[in-house]
Design a protein around this ligand. Sequence first.
Ligand SMILES: Nc1ncnc2c1ncn2[C@@H]1O[C@H](COP(=O)(O)OP(=O)(O)OP(=O)(O)O)[C@@H](O)[C@H]1O
Length: 250
Amino acid sequence: MTTTHSPAVHVRGLRYDYGSFEALRGVDIDVHSGELFVLLGTNGAGKTTTLDVLEGRCQPGGGSVRVLGMDPWRQRRDVTARVGIVLQESALPQELTPLEFLRLWNRLTDAASTHIPSDDNLACVGLAHRRDVRIGRLSGGERRRLDLATALATDPELLVLDEPTSGLDPETRTDTWDLLRDFLRRGTSILLTTHYLEEAATLADRLAILHRGRVAVSGPLDEVLAARRLPTLADVFHEVSTTTPEEVSR
Ligand SMILES: Nc1ncnc2c1ncn2[C@@H]1O[C@H](COP(=O)(O)OP(=O)(O)OP(=O)(O)O)[C@@H](O)[C@H]1O
């Protein structure tokens, strides 16, 4: 893995509209190199839209966005080669096995990237024993782990994960946390979204809560709690989600 001295993600004043609906209304986010940053949000707050912009799938309507120092809209191919992405909805081919799929994935993704051997990758995500089973027969949790394996295939500098533990049982979820911690130890930066506040409190070096297209609070958990004078992240989340947009502070 090559290292970078740029911040992993630098977003200022990001705006995005769906027609006349303002989904992002001036979002600021920094993910420091080597940290795990959690983006929380109320339903429809704009988390997925933010990730779509970071991945170069949507053109920002305003503001500036840098991912590993690059403009994801103009340099999408370069960003994709260095960023591992897990989308909220994946479309894995049901007829292939995990091993066949990862080998195909490695051939289809950027030839300039270094690929982790597929067997090693499957072992890394705890799927070695399921490598020859058709994907259509895998459980939801196993498929989510295969999603993660595709994101890890090019040994990325940055992982962008949209609800990577959604629908996993508690044990598989904590296994995934351990896996993410392994990647942090290797210097990978991670940005993930989740609806699980416990996950955010456990994993995040820093976090942000989006509400109606704006960052309502951000920072390390202890600073967020101190700033709001509240005992738990759940209390902060409740306060944010019951605040009207005009009252949201930046
Ligand atoms: N294609 C679209 N057309 C119109 N509105 C959209 C479209 N996609 C998303 N939106 C709206 O933009 C807002 C932000 O959506 P987004 O999916 O980014 O939120 P989110 O924080 O990921 O939500 P959730 O946590 O519920 O998945 C929502 O109000 C959503 O209804």
